[in-house]
Design a binder for this molecule. Structure first.
Ligand code: AHG
Ligand code: MN
Ligand code: MN
Length: 359
């Protein structure tokens, strides 16, 4: 065959990375869906908006120490009863501004807002609700440690967008997309639309999120257990039993960064379990279902892991209120099951004692 007809030799390595650098988030979503339907286009557009919000927040975070008024507290307390950081307010507003222009989202439900924020001009066609935690791990913001953002997208159900957003009070299996942004040494966006879990890394020189890990699978078991042991004496005895077990057995290591997204990200890649149990005073725990636990539960199940309240899959929990909290045990199948086994054992002991007391 004359040279002209010779097929192009296999592209040299640097060209293959060029091809990878062209795998942007919007293209990846469409590839996942193998479709150009209106819903596929919507999801691709929504993920592109999430990526824009992530870039705007990353830009602020990387310069926070130099920008007047970027850090510190606002002096206000939010619906969670928590002191609000200036970065919480900024990031919350970023999502509002980015999605107001999207035309797709009619309502935003945020950790930082008591009630959902409606975008009336989007509602006639806006077919989606965004639920989000704009800055997760706020306590890390002022000390330049990793923070995150967590998001979930649900379809708009019905017309009556009542104030109390009753239609949002559904289990986590109604999420059509979920993920998080990790603002760390690099900014990563990890997402799923129900077809596996994929990670993108921000290339600041391009201003694009580029595919860095595809079809992430969480190990069946891992060495990490991640929990705030400062709460040890507030927990149910069953959790203390679990902690004593991992203290006494080889092969476990404690890692706790104070930001759910960073702690979860480590476990997604290395295996293990993150625990935020309830306490005697607050049996429901600290973490919020709709925009912290449920989105991560969606992801971890897509990656082959599990997320539990200790007695029920997180994705089956139906909230009564927008800001409902649940205990959270999330990570590798075997490690979540181990925690649950201590909870079940204690429950059996208590039933036996109650039965014995009745004799
Ligand atoms: P947020 O900053 O959105 O309120 O979330 C903080 C959460 C979560 O990120 C983290 O795992 C947990 O709070 C840490 O709580 P403790 O400080 O009680 O350990
Ligand atoms: Mn949070
Ligand atoms: Mn938050």
């Amino acid at each position: 065959m004359a040279d002209a007809e010779q097929p192009l030799a296999q592209a040299p390595t640097q060209d293959r990375s060029l091809d990878r650098d062209c795998t942007t988030l919007s293209r990846h979503v469409l590839q996942q869906l193998q479709s150009f339907s209106s819903e596929a286009q919507d999801l691709s557009a929504l993920m592109t908006r999430v990526a824009l919000a992530a870039k705007l927040i990353a830009r602020r975070l990387t310069r926070a120490g130099l920008v007047e008024d970027a850090l510190g507290f606002t002096g206000r307390v939010n619906v969670q009863g928590e002191s609000v950081k200036k970065m919480d307010v900024y990031a919350n507003q970023v999502f509002i501004s980015v999605f107001e222009q999207s035309g797709l989202v009619c309502r935003l439900a945020s950790e930082e807002m008591e009630k959902p924020y409606y975008i009336p001009e989007n509602c006639p066609v806006g077919r989606y609700t965004l639920l989000y935690d704009p800055i997760d791990g706020s306590s890390n913001v002022d000390i330049n440690l990793n923070v995150g953002a967590i998001f979930a997208i649900r379809r708009q159900e019905g017309e009556d967008l009542d104030e109390m957003a009753q239609d949002l009070l559904q289990d986590g299996r109604g999420q059509i997309a979920a993920g998080y942004v990790l603002f760390g040494p690099s900014t990563m966006l990890v997402y799923s639309i129900g077809k596996g879990v994929h990670a993108f890394t921000l290339d600041p020189s391009l201003g694009e999120f580029i595919l860095s890990s595809e079809d992430i699978r969480i190990p069946e078991h891992g060495p990490v257990y991640s929990v705030n042991e400062g709460n040890f004496w507030q927990w149910d005895e069953s959790i203390r039993d679990y902690i004593r077990y991992v203290h006494r057995h080889e092969g476990y290591t404690a890692r706790y960064g104070g930001a759910l997204v960073g702690d979860f990200h480590r476990i997604l890649f290395q295996g293990g379990v993150f625990l935020y149990p309830g306490t005697v005073k607050k049996p429901e725990g600290k973490l919020r279902l709709l925009y912290e636990s449920a989105p991560l539960a969606f992801l971890v199940e897509q990656a082959g892991g599990r997320a539990s309240t200790g007695t029920q899959d997180i994705l089956d929990v139906i909230p009564k209120q927008l800001h409902d909290r649940t205990p959270l045990f999330i990570g590798s199948k075997e490690d979540v099951a181990l925690v649950e086994s201590f909870i079940q054992e204690r429950a059996r002991d208590q039933q036996d004692q109650m039965a014995a007391a009745r004799l």
